[in-house]
Design a protein around this ligand. Structure first.
Ligand SMILES: [Fe+2]
Length: 259
């Protein structure tokens, strides 16, 4: 059973369109799921939600979705400095002012987690796949690659996982995976706002078999100039356009930014 997992689209419509086109070119993907953060940082929140809905892509609530949907006082995002905090508030206020009531209702109704039974719900003991945005405890918790195995074990216990199961999440915008105690921990990265120094849209194909699950990390080139133009022509901060061009940080020799 092959799933396409897409996370942290963040209203970047050109990136989402390119990812869906890439998935559509594959003939063996059974279903697409999103892992939240559909909106924020780019100027197409309503269009992004419309496309997700028109494709009937089920998924979970990211912090940006549940805060926008419930009119919370901030987006639940992490700031590394005062400037980032200021920009974050601008983005959140902009997004809240522009989402339609229909979009808002859709975001507010997203579930916190989804459980998939790839080989059939009537078969107990078979592998399960749990989808959350940040972690099984909170959609604002950052499950970064440097978390120890003991942390993964705690999260697995909270999620009710057993050997052979998978938990997939996003939120950090940096893809990684690890096997521990027979379970797969999978951060699917970000479609619309990568922060690993690679500007291309990221998603994961998860192949779940009887005995094991295997993730394939995919990167897709998209019309980043269109996304940057869209940001610059809106009241959103120009810094967000620059973030898309560089793919955030860190930039390494192997992940050069788009010229
Ligand atoms: Fe996010």
């Amino acid at each position: 059973m092959k799933y396409a997992l897409i996370s942290d689209i963040h209203a970047n419509l050109p990136a989402l369109e390119a990812v869906l086109a890439d998935i559509d070119r594959r003939s063996d993907v059974e279903a697409i799921y999103h892992l939240g953060d559909l909106v924020g940082y780019a100027p197409w929140p309503n269009e992004t939600v419309s496309l997700i809905r028109s494709r009937a892509i089920a998924g979970v609530a990211g912090n940006y979705d549940s805060t926008t949907g419930t009119d919370y006082k901030h987006c639940g995002c992490k700031y590394e400095n005062p400037r980032q905090e200021e920009l974050s508030h601008v983005s959140y206020d902009w997004t809240r002012a522009r989402v339609t009531p229909e979009t808002k209702r859709f975001l507010a109704a997203l579930p916190f987690r989804l459980d998939l039974w790839p080989l059939g719900g009537h078969l107990t003991g078979k592998p399960r796949v749990t989808l959350v945005h940040g972690s099984p405890t909170s959609n604002t918790l950052y499950w970064t690659e440097d978390r120890p195995d003991s942390f993964c074990g705690q999260m697995a216990a909270i999620a009710g996982m057993k050997a052979g199961d998978v938990i997939a999440f996003g939120h950090t915008h940096r893809p990684w995976s690890r096997e521990s105690s027979g379970m797969l921990f999978l951060n699917t990265g970000s479609v619309g706002k990568p922060k690993d120094g690679d500007w291309r849209a990221g998603y994961v194909i998860l192949d779940v078999g009887e005995a094991s699950a295997r993730p394939e990390f995919v990167r897709v080139e998209y019309d980043v100039q269109r996304a940057m133009k869209g940001i610059r022509h809106s009241e959103l901060p120009d810094e967000f356009a620059e973030d898309l061009r560089t793919g955030g940080s860190p930039v390494t020799e192997t992940t050069k930014p788009n010229p």
